[in-house]
Design a binder for this molecule. Structure first.
Ligand code: PA5
Length: 456
């Protein structure tokens, strides 16, 4: 059961002058081969590629901790942001019941999951309104161990738990996931004897879902993490293929880079499944933060746009058909939904409505995807479809590895470093400066110079 990509409609033979001529794509194959070799050569550096293979022991440990948490708590709260939150959110939405938190405990199996990836004061206060600290376990996740947002949340939770239960019992309700050496969280975790999982070296935030960052929350919520890793391994093997046309991640990267070179600086990801809605958020970070880079005077990147089929057919598709030729659309299609839902007969006297009766919601959503794909194609816009046979732990693992490797190949094809994030770090440093962190005084001055505002 494997994911496939239908890229017919990226080519000029399908969409006309704004598509990629097949000769142009083939002319890029030598670059593709070089990108494949470059990614292979980095195998020791991009350690996220090893995650499907080297975590046997850690998976056992995660499952044991998850089982304990499942037994004794009602809420599991992830504190983290960016790569430390988007994966857990995407996987939970993809693989658990769409209304998971609202189900009664016996139907849910595990605790409710809250992933707190913002420091909006109203949201933090709201969390406190719905959880009971007595039956809550918090998992603070930060690779760097210093991100202000996550640290502010950690301080809040530590104060709460220490006041209620004392320092010596913090470890009962707080789990840390962080770097094994760097940052403050590892030091705090040691001091209080917290159960701690490590983000392995060479696994950057946005590539970290398949390590304890994502595996622990998933296991706590009853997701089969071994099946996810197995799917990722299958895709990793496929995407190491020397035959470029049989290598899905490399083809994905070549198509998007070819499109970018032709001016498609926007990449829409449009899943036709609510379960994959937050996958688009996870992908947006991966694609934007990895590829939005400068090299000398040149700038690279493609702005990812999140869209949901069919909902956004009624909001964005007008732009995708009649708007400028500055984008590609990638549909995520599902062949077999996990439920079949019939459209009943209820108004047979009204033929303009009754034609729907006897069909299923499954047929309707699939027809709408095909119809939108056709509309986008005949309007001359490049598009492709990533087809999932169904959404399950295995295919979600495949999809993650597919996009991670596509990002790695696109980085090599563009000659940029896909693994750093200087723009994000600059924002973090400015925040430290504004809030008075020691050592950031110069940064504060830098900001002062730009402080004159034009207001109206
Ligand atoms: O991909 C990245 O490296 C970033 O987006 C990080 O995930 C994000 O900034 C959070 O960082 P940390 O996990 O160190 O708190």
């Amino acid at each position: 059961m494997r994911i496939r990509i239908d890229y017919t409609n990226m080519l000029s033979s399908a969409v006309g002058e704004h598509g990629i001529p097949e000769e142009e794509l083939r002319a890029m194959f030598p670059e593709g081969r070089a990108a494949l070799e470059a990614v292979r050569a980095k195998r020791d550096v991009i350690r996220w590629r090893d995650l499907p293979y080297n975590q046997r022991e850690i998976v056992k440990e995660i499952k044991a901790v998850a089982e304990d948490v499942r037994q004794r708590c009602e809420s599991f709260v992830v504190l983290g942001i960016g790569g430390s939150a988007l994966g857990p959110i995407a996987v939970q939405q993809a693989l658990n019941h769409p209304k998971y938190n609202e189900l009664p405990r016996e139907k849910r199996g595990g605790p409710k999951l809250y992933v707190e990836d913002n420091v909006d004061p109203e949201r933090m206060a709201a969390l406190m309104d719905v959880i009971d600290p007595e039956t809550t376990v918090f998992n603070v996740i930060t690779k760097s161990g210093s991100t202000s947002e996550t640290m502010a949340q950690l301080l809040t939770v530590m104060r709460l738990l220490i006041d209620l239960y004392g320092e010596e019992r913090l470890r009962e309700r707080l789990i840390a996931t962080t770097d094994c050496e760097k940052g403050n969280l590892v030091a705090i975790a040691k001091r209080y004897g917290l159960t701690t999982f490590f983000v392995p070296e060479g696994v950057g935030g946005r590539f970290s879902e398949l390590c304890p960052v994502g595996l622990l929350p998933a296991a706590v919520c009853g997701i089969d993490i071994e099946a996810m890793l197995e799917g990722a391994a299958q895709m990793d093997a496929l995407c190491d293929n020397d035959d470029i046309e049989a290598n899905p991640a490399l083809m994905y990267a070549l198509l998007e880079v070819a499109a970018m070179r032709r001016g498609a600086n926007i990449g829409v990801l449009m899943p036709y499944a609510d379960s994959l809605k937050f996958f688009a958020d996870w992908y947006a970070q991966l694609w934007a933060e990895s590829l939005g880079k400068k090299r000398g005077g040149e700038r690279f990147g493609q702005t990812p746009v999140k869209s949901l089929g069919v909902t956004d057919q009624h909001s964005q598709v007008q732009l995708y058909t009649d708007g400028p030729f500055d984008k590609t659309v990638t549909f995520l299609g599902v062949e077999k939904y996990r439920k079949v839902f019939a459209i009943p007969h209820a108004a047979d006297d009204y033929p303009n409505v009754a034609f729907l009766s006897g069909h299923t919601f499954n047929e309707l959503i699939s027809a709408e995807r095909r119809a939108t794909e056709h509309a986008v194609t005949v309007s001359g816009h490049m598009n492709k479809t990533v087809i999932l046979p169904e959404v399950n732990a295995n295919t979600v693992g495949q999809l993650m590895m597919l996009f991670e490797l596509a990002t790695a190949y696109a980085g090599e094809l563009s000659g940029i470093d896909a693994y750093d994030q200087p723009g994000v770090e600059e924002g973090k440093n400015m925040t430290y400066a504004l809030l008075g962190k020691r050592g950031y005084e110069e940064k504060l001055k830098e900001m002062g110079e730009n402080a004159a505002r034009k207001l109206v």
